[in-house]
Design a binder for this molecule. Structure first.
Ligand SMILES: Nc1ncnc2c1ncn2[C@@H]1O[C@H](COP(=O)(O)OP(=O)(O)O)[C@@H](O)[C@H]1O
Ligand SMILES: [Mg+2]
Length: 261
């Protein structure tokens, strides 16, 4: 990384607003995330966390405000464009091709940026074969990293829940994102699986030198993993800081932790 990119935040959101009818889902949301950080987004159900991801990834355009990725204005860009630029995500409700194999789920995701053309594909030219081999090797490599190499041939929907979440992360990594958005990766996991997830997400950050924004309800996961976090309630930011700082913030305790933990 050169000096110039080092000074530009990976993600910056400035005063982003999003309404759905009368619901003020995101109210004047701002955040700046530096390279290599793991930033947590926490808050009760309906606080606006997933809506923030949907605004970053182009599923919705914000009503107002700006979103910058590595200094480039991506406000209102299409989901395809945002993915190509280098933002990967997982979904709160797992979205896999459930009838395809584990391997094919990863291959399809990395094929999104295929550079060969139709005649090359039909005639199985050398370039096409080379590309297929590259995609297979790359998919297998990702499956090894998430620990699913032995499950490559199994159908995605035959995997236990925790493994499906890992497969979703492998898929999101297939396009080699610089920013990874994880929407409740520990949802439905037991205590051991969430601990394993903490190690796993940290390894992914270190190995791929990426930046991660993560929505998470499990406070132990946030505390173990996040450098900073933002706490939302009814679309408004009520606290920003290290996990230890926000955990002791009276407003956070009132709005969230007091009721849930
Ligand atoms: N597509 C939509 N249409 C209408 N309301 C929505 C839509 N998406 C989200 N909302 C509303 O916006 C608020 C924030 O939702 P969401 O971002 O999913 O919260 P969280 O992820 O923090 O649980 C909720 O009140 C939700 O009902
Ligand atoms: Mg959500």
């Amino acid at each position: 990384m050169n000096k110039e990119t080092a000074s530009v935040p990976v993600l910056e959101m400035q005063n982003v607003e999003k309404h759905f009818g009368g619901v003020h889902a995101i109210d004047n949301f701002s955040v700046k995330i530096e390279h290599g950080r793991i930033h947590g987004l926490i808050g009760p159900n309906g606080a606006g966390k997933t809506t923030i991801f949907n605004n970053i990834t182009g599923i919705y355009a914000p009503d107002s405000g700006k979103i910058f990725f590595l200094g480039k204005d991506i406000t209102g860009s299409s989901p395809h464009k945002v993915a190509q630029l280098g933002i990967g995500r997982t979904f709160q409700n797992i979205r896999l091709f459930s009838n395809l194999s584990v391997m094919d789920n990863v291959i399809i995701a990395s094929n999104m940026d295929a550079t060969y053309n139709m005649p090359q594909a039909i005639f199985h030219t050398a370039k096409y074969k080379e590309r297929e081999k590259h995609l297979n090797d790359k998919a297998m490599n990702l499956l090894e990293i998430v620990g699913l190499q032995d499950k490559a041939a199994e159908r995605a929907n035959s995997l236990p829940y925790g493994h499906q979440r890992k497969l979703e992360i492998a898929r999101a990594m297939a396009l080699e994102p610089k920013l990874l958005l994880l929407d409740e990766p520990a949802a439905g996991m037991n205590a051991d699986e969430s601990l394993e997830l903490v190690d796993f997400v940290r390894q992914i950050r270190d190995r791929f030198d990426i930046t991660i924004l993560m929505i998470e309800h499990h406070m132990d996961v946030v505390t173990n993993l996040c450098d900073y976090c933002t706490v939302l309630n009814f679309g408004k930011t009520i606290a920003v800081g290290t996990p230890a700082e926000v955990k002791s913030d009276p407003e956070v305790i009132r709005a969230y932790l007091g009721g849930n933990e």
